[in-house]
Ligand binder design. Structure first.
Ligand code: GTP
Length: 213
């Protein structure tokens, strides 16, 4: 119990607790709550990615997000040699207006344990601004699990940069890169799953199969 409390304090934004008891559950089963922030300029597709992920819906119309919208979804993260961890993602879709970022960053980013940094493949400035967005979050949270979504992959024919260029930017803040499309749904589940895995690994450490060599 004491160890769990210590871990809670050590992991800002993570609520780690034993799963509620049930006949097939053990006290060691884990359930974890993680705040994920979607950041990046507008209109790169942050709202559309959340909508695709949570509701499996997509809309071509654009209404700029004012403030932030919070959604939830649970994802199971496999752990080799152990039971999977159930992660309750609390997903914050944050407006893409950088001019408000410094004023609101404490309110929006506090407690985040994962960052989905979104850019639009067809618009190079949306990639080059990402480092500033990530730094703004990490100025509040410290070093945080980050995944860069190169969104609008369905428009790859009009791309202004490729994955290699995106990886160079992502390397500056240590993020993985994945091409996504909220429109087709391509890699959307995968993006949130990879980010959740990264959050879990930071929280609980890497896991081996536990078998002797
Ligand atoms: P802000 O709220 O201003 O920060 O914008 P946002 O980043 O939340 O963008 P939003 O999801 O509202 O999408 C902006 C526009 O891009 C909308 O017209 C979407 O339909 C479109 N869009 C989003 N994702 C995709 C995608 O994967 N492919 C294509 N072709 N269009 C997309």
């Amino acid at each position: 119990m004491q160890a769990a409390e210590t871990m809670d304090r050590a992991l800002a934004g993570l609520d780690l607790r034993g799963r509620p008891g049930g006949p097939s559950e053990t006290p060691t089963a884990k359930r974890l709550s993680a705040k994920i922030c979607l950041i990046g300029d507008g209109p790169v597709g942050k709202t559309s990615l959340v909508r695709r992920y949570v509701l499996n819906m997509y809309d071509d119309s654009y209404i700029a997000t004012i403030g932030t919208k919070v959604s939830k979804k649970m994802v199971q993260v496999p752990r080799p040699g152990d039971r999977p961890v159930a992660v309750d993602l609390v997903i914050w879709d944050i407006m893409g207006q950088a001019k408000f970022r410094d004023i609101l960053k404490d309110a929006y980013f506090r407690g985040a344990s994962g960052i989905l940094a979104v850019c639009d493949m067809t618009h190079l400035p949306s990639l080059t601004c990402l480092e500033e967005w990530v730094r703004a979050v990490e100025s509040v949270t410290g070093e945080t699990a980050t995944l860069v979504a190169l969104n609008k992959a369905d428009l790859a024919g009009d791309a202004e940069f490729d994955e290699d260029e995106a990886s160079q930017v992502a390397d500056s803040f240590g993020g993985e890169v994945l091409a996504t499309s909220a429109k087709t749904g391509g890699n959307v589940e995968e993006a949130f799953r990879l980010l959740a895995m990264s959050v879990v690994t930071r929280a609980l450490g890497p896991r081996t199969t536990g078998r002797s060599p």
